[in-house]
Design a binder for this molecule. Structure first.
Ligand code: FAD
Ligand code: SF4
Ligand code: SF4
Length: 472
């Protein structure tokens, strides 16, 4: 009888791809993990116990068929593994790199819970799709038949692009409008290269362009073209504009505080080789500076690690709760610490002065309604955390789109996010759909992809003529 290639978790330990040494990786913006060698990917996939009820799959927002592609990888049938993986995920190589797997698929893997260490699902997913690109298995989009109807998509982030891909495969004419000069949204200008190298994003955009998606870049809807004009031009419209209004601290900022999104965008632009005057002038460059980042989420982690790579003399991260209660991924905190970032826990900003951040020490008090302990101020504990550059990473809120775009009847929630049906993503306006962060609030790439795919399906069945041609 042939040997079972799976269930090796008892004898084979969990092994992530090699992580570059901190002293080397902090010198550049390249990804920190190397690729698995083929034998290693097979070996790690073979640890899966092929659960009858795979919790990994139910906790993946895309319900990826993880056990099947792990089995095929373990058997060396990579092309079939790729076919299954891409059937449910528009950008598997991107999710494999940047999903917070510890909170999603891997965090719910049963062998993790039995103390053997999770199957490295994300790294195998990345390996499968990177190999598919290398071997030419990722085919250009070629619809079986062209359709006349067109859809206008506002926003070229993962939500908009996932919808563009699905609609184009069905032969629909797709135009994506974006105010930036490059497509990709936060994949391009938010997330740094050490988590997601830019050529990985650009090759997907080229694939969409080659497949017939039209991009209208440097086009700020509401300024360069009105929302109503876009509605008139297309049979359906999808809003996928993300959330970009930065939360701020009250009071003056001492002339040295910048917004995380501006700081990260400038750094990503430099990685593309662009001229960035605010970087050149030093305003958005941490080189030779004592840097303090305020916030404890993933954006703050990206800022501290970017500042290290730019050559800051010191980098501190101020967060009002403790390590166990921070929203950012523990894996990213560990990476940041290895690279030389100092975390100042239980410390909140009261304001920003010429010398740095006016800080106050906190302690954790009684839990709030969600069970999370509330930070309480320790009276008389004020001090100044000295800094030459302060980066505010306090989170994002939606812009007031109905007002900005002068649209009547587009309903929003009390948080300002667009109201949309959770399954079809239809808004209160006929033929207008919305997905991603502008509906969910700041969220994750994988949720934006799911929304985009679902909205495309609903647009095909509900908004366009019901003679949809199956994708090739
Ligand atoms: P976006 O990616 O924000 O794209 C929206 C697009 O709409 C942008 O290109 C914007 O230019 C365009 N747009 C906006 N307004 C207009 C207008 N008026 N006219 C024309 N175009 C417009 N998620 C993860 O899963 N893993 C991570 O590691 C991770 N890291 C992150 C790091 C940072 C620094 C940030 C800020 C976010 C991170 N996220 C991460 C979250 C993730 O990037 C978002 O949830 C995701 O990109 C949302 O996708 P989206 O398509 O809704 O919007
Ligand atoms: Fe895990 Fe994200 Fe891949 Fe789903 S898409 S399997 S959550 S890495
Ligand atoms: Fe395999 Fe873990 Fe998923 Fe079970 S939960 S199928 S062991 S990856």
């Amino acid at each position: 009888m042939a040997e079972n290639p799976m269930l090796k978790f008892v004898t084979v330990p969990r092994d992530m791809p090699v992580k570059r040494d901190a002293s080397v990786r902090k010198e550049d913006f390249d990804e920190i993990y190397a690729e698995y060698a083929d034998a290693k990917a097979k070996e790690q996939a073979s640890r899966c116990s092929q659960c009858g009820v795979p919790y990994c799959q139910s906790h993946c927002p895309l319900h990826n068929n993880i056990p099947d592609w792990l089995l095929l990888t373990a058997e060396g049938r990579l092309q079939e593994a790729y076919e299954i993986s891409q059937a449910t995920n528009t950008f598997p190589e991107i999710c494999g790199r940047i999903c917070p797997q510890d909170r999603l698929c891997e965090g719910n893997c049963v062998i993790e819970q039995s103390g053997h260490g999770t199957v490295t699902i994300g790294s195998v997913e990345k390996y499968i799709t990177d190999t598919a690109w290398e071997k030419g298995w990722v085919k250009p989009i070629k619809p079986a038949k062209e359709r006349e109807e067109s859809v206008g998509i506002i926003g070229a982030g993962p939500g908009g692009l996932a919808a563009a891909d699905a609609l184009r495969r069905a032969g629909v004419q797709v135009t994506v409008y974006d105010r930036y000069d490059r497509a990709g949204g936060l994949l391009t200008y938010g997330i740094p290269g050490f988590k997601l190298e830019k050529p990985v994003v650009m090759q997907r955009i080229e694939q969409l362009e080659q497949g017939g998606v039209t991009f209208v870049l440097n086009c700020n809807v509401g300024e360069d073209i009105s929302f109503e004009d876009i509605r008139k031009k297309h049979d359906a419209v999808l809003i996928a504009t993300g959330v970009y209004k930065s939360r701020d601290l009250p009071g003056p900022d001492g002339g040295k505080a910048v917004r995380a999104i501006d700081y990260l965008t400038a750094s990503n632009r430099k990685s593309f080789g662009d001229q960035v005057p605010e970087f050149e002038s030093g305003e958005l460059n941490a080189e030779g500076k004592r840097v303090v980042v305020i916030g404890g989420g993933d954006t703050a982690m990206d800022c501290v690690r970017t500042a290290i790579r730019q050559g800051a003399t010191s980098v501190k991260c101020l967060y009002r709760r403790d390590r166990a209660n921070m929203p950012g991924s523990q894996r990213e905190v560990a990476n940041a610490e290895e690279e030389g970032v100092e975390f100042v826990w239980l410390t909140a900003p009261a304001g920003i002065s010429e010398n740095g951040v006016m800080a106050q020490r906190m302690r954790l008090g009684a839990p709030d309604a969600t069970g999370r302990q509330m930070p309480e101020l320790i009276e008389g504990s004020d001090y100044v955390e000295e800094a030459d550059l302060v980066i505010k990473a306090l989170g994002f809120e939606p812009e007031d789109l109905p007002k900005l775009w002068g649209v009547e009847g587009l309903e929003v929630t009390r948080w300002g996010t667009i109201k949309a049906d959770f399954r079809t993503h239809a808004t209160s306006l006929e033929g207008v759909y919305a997905v991603g962060d502008i509906v969910r609030g700041a969220s994750l790439v994988v949720w934006a992809i799911r929304d985009g795919r679902e909205a495309a399906e609903a647009i095909l069945t509900d908004a366009l003529a019901p003679n949809a041609v199956a994708a090739e």
